[in-house]
Design a protein around this ligand. Structure first.
Ligand code: PMP
Ligand code: GLN
Length: 381
C-alpha cells in the first residue's frame, strides 16, 4: 500500500451520511439528513423530459445555460432589488456545496483568516483548511444563537480575508436581523474582507419576516459571493443544481476554478429550472408551505419532554433533551434511532470541537403522515 498524507486527517464521513444509513438500518423515520420525503412538481419532471427529448443532452455552457442565468438575474432583482449581469456575475453550479468549495478555493490563500460561526454547516471549514486558510470561529449560544458582533470585531486582524454567513441558518433555524446587517456593515466597511453568504434557505423565512440577502445592501453585495440551491426551492435535493452570484471581479476568479472542478452542470435540469422559475407562485408559497409543517411538528412536540428551540426559517427544528437524559448527543441520537425509531442529527456534529449542548436537529420537510408518526414516537420518550 502506498502511503498518503491525509489532507483532512481529523475528518470522517459526514453526519448526514452516517445518520441516514443508521435510519435505514433500523427502519427508523429519517428526520436527520435534510431532504423532503415528498416529490417535486410533476410539471418540473415533465420539463426535464421535454428538454431531453428536444435533444438538450450535451454540455451546457461553462457558466450555465444563458436562459437559466437570465431567470436567476430576474429573480434576484425581483426579490432583492439587485441587478446582476448574467454574462459576468452569475454561475450555475452542481449544488451549493460545489459553489461553497469553489468560492473558498477562488479567494482564500495560505494563512488567510476566515471568520465563521458555530454551529456551522459542515462543508465550510474543510474547504478553508484545504486552501491553507485559518478558521477563526465563534461559538454561538443557544437558544437564540445571536452573533456577538463586539466579539467578532475582536477577531479581525490584518489577515482576515472572509466572513462566512448562513441565513436562514442550518442547523439553528435563525435568520439575520436588520440589526445584524447594520453591525456587519459597520464592521466590514473600509476593510478588505469578503463575505461568503450561504443563502440556500432564502425562501424559507417564516412569520412574515424577510430574507436579508447580502444582495439587498450595496456595501455588502460588492464584497459578497452569494450561494443558493434549487434543491431546497424545488423539493429536489437530488438534482444538485445551485448557483453563485458575485461581482464580476470575484466571479471571474470563481469561474477559473469552476471550469476545472465540474466545467458545467447537467443540461436538461437547467432547461427545466429556467422555465419553472418563471412561476414565482412556487417560491412565494414556500414560507406558508413549510411553516405549516413547522407548526404541526412543534405542536406535536409541545406535548413531549423535548424543549423546542426557536425556528424562524429553514426546514429544521432543534430541540433540547436536557430534561430527558444527560447522554452525549451522538449517543442519544443513536439510541433514538435504534430504540424509538426516529433519526435526528446531533448538533455537536456542527462544531469543530464537537461541543455538545444536548441538542438534536429534526428535519420537518416531510409528509404530514411522516411527521405525525414521528411525533407519536417522540411523545413516548
Ligand atoms: N448549505 C447549507 C446550509 C445546506 O443546508 C446545504 C444542504 N442542504 C447546502 C449548503 C448544500 O446544498 P446542495 O445540496 O445544493 O449542495
Ligand atoms: N444540507 C442537508 C442537511 O443539513 C444535508 C446535505 C448533505 O447530506 N450533504 O441535512
Amino acid at each position: 500500500m502506498i502511503p498518503v498524507i491525509s489532507k483532512l486527517p481529523q475528518t470522517g464521513t459526514t453526519i448526514f451520511t452516517t445518520m441516514s444509513a443508521l435510519a435505514a438500518k433500523h427502519n427508523a423515520i429519517n428526520l436527520s439528513q435534510g431532504f423532503p420525503d415528498y416529490d417535486c412538481s410533476p410539471e418540473l419532471i415533465e420539463l426535464v423530459t421535454k428538454a431531453m427529448h428536444a435533444g438538450h443532452n450535451q454540455y451546457a455552457p461553462m457558466a450555465g445555460l444563458p436562459a437559466l442565468r437570465e431567470q436567476i438575474a430576474v429573480k434576484t432583482e425581483r426579490l432583492y432589488g439587485a441587478v446582476y449581469d448574467p454574462e459576468t456575475e452569475i454561475t450555475v453550479t452542481a449544488g451549493a456545496t460545489q459553489a461553497v468549495f469553489t468560492a473558498i478555493s477562488a479567494v482564500i490563500n495560505p494563512n488567510d483568516e476566515v471568520i465563521m460561526f458555530e454551529p456551522a454547516y459542515d462543508c465550510y471549514a474543510p474547504a478553508v483548511k484545504l486552501m491553507g486558510g485559518v478558521v477563526k470561529s465563534l461559538e454561538l449560544e443557544p437558544p437564540d444563537y445571536r452573533i456577538p458582533w463586539e466579539m467578532v470585531k475582536r477577531l479581525i486582524t490584518n489577515k482576515t480575508r472572509m466572513i462566512i454567513l448562513n441565513s436562514p441558518h442550518n442547523p439553528t433555524a435563525t435568520v439575520l436581523s436588520e440589526d445584524d446587517i447594520e453591525q456587519l456593515s459597520a464592521l466590514v466597511k473600509n476593510q478588505d474582507i469578503l463575505i461568503l453568504s450561504d443563502e440556500v434557505y432564502e425562501h424559507l423565512v417564516f412569520d412574515g419576516d424577510v430574507h436579508r440577502s447580502m444582495a439587498r445592501y450595496p456595501l455588502l453585495r460588492d464584497r459578497s459571493l452569494i450561494v443558493a440551491s434549487f434543491g431546497k426551492t424545488f423539493h429536489a435535493t437530488g438534482w444538485k443544481v445551485g448557483y453563485c452570484i458575485a461581482p464580476a471581479h470575484l466571479m471571474q476568479e470563481f469561474r477559473k476554478i469552476h471550469q476545472f472542478l465540474v466545467f458545467s452542470v447537467n443540461t436538461p435540469m437547467q432547461h427545466a429550472i429556467a422555465e419553472y422559475l418563471k412561476n414565482v407562485n412556487h417560491y412565494e408559497s414556500l414560507p406558508q408551505f413549510f411553516s405549516e409543517k413547522r407548526d404541526s411538528f412543534r405542536n406535536g412536540l409541545a406535548h413531549s419532554r423535548f424543549k423546542l428551540l426557536p425556528c424562524a426559517g429553514t426546514y429544521f427544528q432543534s430541540v433540547s433533551y436536557e430534561s430527558i437524559t444527560d447522554e452525549k448527543d451522538t449517543d442519544f441520537a443513536l439510541r433514538l434511532t435504534s430504540e424509538i425509531g426516529v433519526a435526528a442529527i446531533p448538533v455537536s456534529a456542527f462544531y469543530r470541537k464537537g461541543t455538545d449542548r444536548h441538542i438534536l436537529r429534526f428535519c420537518f420537510a416531510k409528509k404530514q403522515e411522516t411527521l405525525d408518526k414521528a411525533v407519536e414516537r417522540l411523545q413516548r420518550v
